[in-house]
Design a protein around this ligand. Structure first.
Ligand SMILES: Nc1ncnc2c1ncn2[C@@H]1O[C@H](COP(=O)(O)OP(=O)(O)OP(=O)(O)O)[C@@H](O)[C@H]1O
Length: 399
């Protein structure tokens, strides 16, 4: 656990970067610091590994005042990842990753084995071990940066805009990998970003800071999106916050309807027989939804005995996992040319379809449930168990 207790940082020129910060980042979870440029995110982060010393207040690590610890010893227990990875350009990937273990006196062999193990963990082939950072893409360098920070298996990780310097597609992939990795390793992570979407995707808890280093709100993502405490936070979390909050609502009350799909390669006649309201869903041999066929308009001039091919399919519809959030399900329903969104299990196999009306009903039920949980939260003792927790939503969705 990382705890900031009334921490203030005033730089020598009088700039107050952080002002009386009180914050607890729980063990094994990801806590995100987010806010506009200059609000004191980086300063706060660096006070944890004492690259910056607080002017007043205390930063505690598992209850120990960091001011009293030897900085080398302190930093040994803290992995640090920065924007652009900050790799040593003249060292190979393996040597970069092995740098902390080597400093800790590990043998060359053991440090190299660990480097190879970590390359695999962050999704890079072992053959990259001998490359230099300049021979990697930005996203790959960032993965090496994460591997390097994890090398000595520190319980705490500080990550300062680690994914900001890569393009949006790579960034989304790194975020997904981050979530999968964190589920596996369960580090205590303090993560800085200026991007609220990233904060909501990655954070178990989010601290929104305003310029001057004031904590505006500290909450779980769902709570931040649905109950911003003031105009500043409401503005910062954005106009589409209601829609994004659907990611965290449990689709427990959603009814998924059976959908008589046809396999690719079935005849048009079979597709017509299976169709409802003129549309048939086509699936692969593994029962994965591939697209919709408009049986009335499909391929005029073709005989009913002709097979359904890829050319017949309308591909506009997205699919949604039953365990996904209500946003994913609503998008599937709205994007489907048939008006019925294809719903799958976690392996991608079709389980049925939902209409936009079905999803809206589930949204209404989730809101009522959430309001009840909110009322319990305000009066009850389990005050931190928010109604729309990401994990809870996933667990209920698969139940
Ligand atoms: N060494 C320094 N001397 C004086 N002022 C500083 C120093 N470092 C940072 N600041 C100021 O402290 C404030 C907070 O800076 P900090 O880097 O912590 O913000 P940030 O939220 O991380 O910003 P960004 O998102 O732009 O990186 C800013 O006003 C910045 O100009």
């Amino acid at each position: 656990m990382i705890r900031f207790d009334q921490v203030t940082k005033a730089y020598p020129d009088g700039t107050v970067a952080v002002d009386g910060l009180d914050l607890t980042a729980p063990t094994g979870r990801t806590t995100v610091l987010v806010g506009p440029s200059g609000c004191g995110k980086t300063t706060s982060l660096r006070m944890v590994n004492r690259l910056i010393e607080p002017s007043s207040g205390t930063v505690l690590l598992d209850g120990r005042d960091t001011a009293g610890l030897d900085t080398a010893e302190l930093r040994r227990g803290i992995g640090y990842v920065i924007q652009n990875a900050g790799l040593f350009p003249h060292r190979t990937v393996a040597d970069n990753i092995a740098s902390v273990p080597r400093l800790l006196g590990w043998t060359r062999r053991r440090a190299r084995d660990r480097a190879l193990e970590l390359l695999e963990l962050v999704g890079l082939p072992a053959s990259y071990a001998g490359r230099y950072p300049a021979q990697l893409s930005g996203g790959q360098q960032q993965r090496v940066g994460v591997a390097r920070a994890l090398a000595a298996d520190p319980p705490v990780m500080l990550m300062d805009e680690p994914f900001s310097a890569v393009d949006p597609v790579v960034r989304a992939r790194l975020q997904e990998e981050f979530l999968a990795l964190q589920r596996e390793i369960g580090k205590t992570i303090l993560f800085v970003t200026h991007d609220i979407a990233e904060a909501v995707t990655l954070g178990d808890r989010i601290a929104v800071l305003r310029v001057g280093g004031h904590l505006a709100q500290f909450a779980e993502p769902h709570e931040l999106l649905t109950r911003p405490v003031d105009d500043f936070v409401a503005d910062f979390v954005g106009r589409d916050r209601g829609y994004r909050a659907l990611d965290f609502a449990a689709p427990a009350a959603l009814e998924v309807r059976e959908e008589p799909a046809v396999r690719l390669g079935a005849t048009l006649e079979q597709a017509r027989a299976a169709a409802r309201d003129g549309w048939a869903l086509v699936v692969s041999d593994e029962n994965r939804p591939l697209g919709w066929i408009d049986v009335g308009a499909a391929a005029p001039g073709t005989a009913g005995t002709d097979p359904v091919g890829h050319g017949h399919l309308l591909l506009g519809g997205t699919t949604a996992r039953r365990s996904g959030g209500l946003r994913e399900l609503l998008d599937a329903a709205l994007s489907s040319p048939s008006g019925r969104g294809a719903v799958t299990d976690d392996a991608g196999a079709l389980t049925g379809t939902v209409t936009p009306e079905d999803v809206v009903r589930a949204i209404t039920a989730a809101r009522a449930e959430d309001a009840a949980a909110g009322a319990g939260r305000e009066t009850g003792p389990g005050a931190t168990a928010a109604g729309g927790d990401r994990n809870r939503a996933a667990a209920e969705g698969t139940a």
